[in-house]
Design a protein around this ligand. Structure first.
Ligand SMILES: [Mn+2]
Length: 238
């Protein structure tokens, strides 16, 4: 049986719809997992979902309400959805507390960090100081890597990717600022932006700021991340 992986959908509160780029569930499926999209009905359902899924993947989407990390909204803050925020933050905390594997992608790495007490840059363009700035919202299609990420030697992501420097796509204007105590930074772009967080405290907790699901068809290294995640989700592994 394939490990059952819950995937959070991108909930658009304006038109009451959930959407999900199919590359997310194809990545899980190609990696050996059975993907299932999680609806946002009641925040109290989070515990149920943690108990039924073998692992949970947090996907991309709008900005997280900065109230969840104790800040007022910056003028450059984008669209937020408090329903999705509250649900995902609880789901992430419960998953980690119950030793369920967690993979965060783009907004997902931000959800992981905020759920455990970390903070975010609300807008890199306005708030990041760097002598070597780079473009984090690429104009190239998603399958193309446009900036490099240096991976910490010996980190989990380094062992998964089997490389110390990778080329990634980039579609974000926010990023992890202060890393939550449960995690550590394990990958950085040239301007110092944290592009990976991970943890040894949990069976599998990795968050990446790029979109590996848009690259894995052309870049085998990106599929390794999903495979490693799905393997960690295999209930027969324990
Ligand atoms: Mn980036």
């Amino acid at each position: 049986m394939r490990p059952l992986i819950g995937i959070t959908g991108d909930y658009n509160i304006d038109n009451n719809s959930i959407s999900l780029n199919s590359e997310y569930y194809w990545a899980i499926y190609k990696a050996g997992g059975q993907p299932l999209i999680i609806p946002y009905i009641d925040v109290e359902d989070a515990g149920y979902f943690v108990s039924v899924f073998d692992g949970i993947m947090f996907t991309g989407g709008d900005d997280i309400d900065p109230v969840f990390y104790g800040e007022a909204p910056h003028p450059k803050l984008g669209k937020i959805n408090p329903v999705r925020d509250e649900f995902e933050l609880k789901l992430c905390r419960l998953a980690l507390e119950n030793d369920k594997p967690v993979l965060g992608i783009c907004r997902g790495v931000q959800v992981m960090n905020v759920a455990m007490g970390g903070t975010l840059y609300q807008d890199l363009g306005a708030q990041l100081q760097s002598d070597t700035p780079i473009k984090h919202w690429q104009s190239a299609p998603g399958r193309y890597g446009t900036h490099e990420v240096k991976l910490a030697a010996g980190s989990r992501i380094n062992r998964i990717m089997e490389k110390e420097c990778i080329s990634v796509n980039s579609f974000h204007h926010q990023a992890v600022k202060e890393v939550a105590g449960a995690f550590r930074a394990a990958g950085w772009s040239r301007d110092g932006v944290i592009e990976v967080i991970e943890s040894d405290k949990y069976p599998f907790a990795v968050g990446v700021q790029w979109h590996p699901e848009r690259m894995f068809n052309h870049e085998q290294t990106m599929l390794l991340l999903f495979k490693n995640f799905v393997e960690a989700c295999d209930p027969g592994r324990k």
